[in-house]
Design a protein around this ligand. Sequence first.
Ligand SMILES: *[C@@H]1O[C@H](CO)[C@@H](O)[C@H](O)[C@H]1NC(C)=O
Ligand SMILES: *[C@@H]1O[C@H](CO)[C@@H](O)[C@H](O)[C@H]1NC(C)=O
Length: 195
Amino acid sequence: MANLGSPRYCFFCAFQLLLLIQAKVLCYQYKVGDLEAWGIPTSANPQVYAKWSKYHTFKIGDSLLFLYPPSQDSVIQVTEQSYNSCNLKDPILYLNNGNSLFNITKPGEFFFTSGEPGHCEKKQKLYISVLSGNGSASAPSYGPSALPETTSSPSYPTVFGTIPQPPSSSPTLGFPIFITAVIASATWAIINGMM
Ligand SMILES: *[C@@H]1O[C@H](CO)[C@@H](O)[C@H](O)[C@H]1NC(C)=O
Ligand SMILES: *[C@@H]1O[C@H](CO)[C@@H](O)[C@H](O)[C@H]1NC(C)=O
């Protein structure tokens, strides 16, 4: 007979909740290269970082965990040019605490290497591409290409005709979106608070 108040049942629930939370965390936090330490690739696997990023898909909200002995290494986020030329000067971001979490907050391309001289040349560098929220990485390029179709459509002039109206209707449209955003961020805060 299942007694819902029994300690065993509570333990089971807690355990399941823990698994759920853990699965969520593992899902969003990537340990760079699946390696125990961010460092110069071994001669057996010189392309480890390039391969790793190729087989992973990163989204907004995910994070990259770089683990390394802080006395021996560091992480810098650089521009594409600096990434290619191994220029360590003027990085976008410099992390050296040995347990560096890079939070992905926007779509685009991100380039990382080590802040230690000589490491970048030995392929200790990582490049990732992050898709935008709705999954279309090339969203900006769709705009101009979609425009000619709209222009050829007879309904195009009426699109212009309706433009003066949105200002009066947009506040009511914007309100639910705002509420949704508040609820979403509150939910996120609660989830974060639990962990
Ligand atoms: C990423 O987020 C974590 C936790 O919110 C924070 O501790 C860390 O400093 C952030 N990383 C960066 C580079 O801002
Ligand atoms: C979603 O895609 C559209 C184009 O299809 C783009 O204009 C818009 O910016 C994208 N939204 C986000 C949140 O990236």
